[in-house]
Design a protein around this ligand. Sequence first.
Ligand SMILES: NC(=O)c1ccc[n+]([C@@H]2O[C@H](COP(=O)([O-])OP(=O)(O)OC[C@H]3O[C@@H](n4cnc5c(N)ncnc54)[C@H](O)[C@@H]3O)[C@@H](O)[C@H]2O)c1
Length: 366
Amino acid sequence: MAKLRYGIIGCGGCGRGKHLTSYSKMPDVELVAVCDIIASRANFAADQFNVEAAYTNYMEMLAEEELDIVSVATPNHVHAPATIAALQAGCHVHCEKPASLTPELVQAMVNAKDKSGKKLMIGLNNRFTPWAQFAKAYVAAGKLGEIYHAKCGWKRRRGIPGKGGWFTTKACSGGGPLIDLGVHYIDVCNYIMGFPKPISVSGQTYSKFADGQVFNPNASGYTGTYDVEDLAVGFVRYAGGLTLDIETSWASNTESEYTFVELYGTEGGLKYEKGRLTLFSSFEGTQMNTTPLLAADGAWGLAETYHYIDCIQNDKEPMSRPEEAVFVMKIINGLYESADKGEEVKLSTAKVKAAKVDVKSPAFGK
Ligand SMILES: NC(=O)c1ccc[n+]([C@@H]2O[C@H](COP(=O)([O-])OP(=O)(O)OC[C@H]3O[C@@H](n4cnc5c(N)ncnc54)[C@H](O)[C@@H]3O)[C@@H](O)[C@H]2O)c1
């Protein structure tokens, strides 16, 4: 069987650390081309992964190379145009999280995927972890009974990804920790709970560290735009009465960085915190805590990439679908809107209208 010809758009931390690293380990994939708007980054990635062709414009890469799969690991505002351009060029696309900036943009990606007949998967790697897979099966087996409340979050004490770059520029990122970190665990909760329909949200955001020097010492910039939040809290109501509590921060005076998911059901509960899953149940009046002996999480993106190759080769539906990302974006955008207005926001249940997207390579920055 001919190898799948692979290219990537965006050769920064995630592009090299997750995508190129995992695709370089796939036996049926040939790394053909890399693209980064910054030439030195494209060249560095090409050297590191022994790739022949390096581009600074993805439209040129897509026109000149015959690619089967393209990863999109750019700043968030480039996800929709780059993904749609690659789908239109006849490629399967593995796009990073968050899928895009708004539900309308994600819907445009879904429509482009449907039109192309190719497979589009969103890189929500936390779904692919052994604990999330176990929790999904455990809940589907009815072990928690009726789930009526959930909690999730990702808190950092000192983890603002620089200042003045795309992460802290709302036009490029869509927001701070809520869209950057929260997207993972809101998505995991939706996935484990079987995608309940969100009907309203109430949120609040805080930006308390924009003028200080409370930045990740490894991140580059210390000056420039910082128009996003550093702490976000939110409350989601789903149809049927289920609720979800969310807390995410890039910087907050809390204990060290941790992630968590808690599900409360009528028959049992579960808690994932700091890498450990505990199940709560009872038997004949005696309460029990159980710790499943799960496999370690494995390398970043590897399980997800193996899965995606399997989907392409064997015509299967990817586990992380862009249609599901539309719901996550509705929740996240709704929480930002609620924070801006200072009131609860109802989420429409009507089908999301796709945004118009100009697919030409957008520039980094504003
Ligand atoms: N799944 C995960 O765990 C995870 C972790 C980190 C980042 N991410 C996601 O990956 C994406 C990239 O994040 P990062 O940390 O690698 O950022 P980064 O800034 O390190 O890398 C982004 C790269 O994209 C390039 N770029 C910008 N505009 C471009 C364009 N028009 N064409 C080609 N290249 C362009 C930049 O020059 C940069 O090298 C983001 O969407 C982020 O949310 C996901």
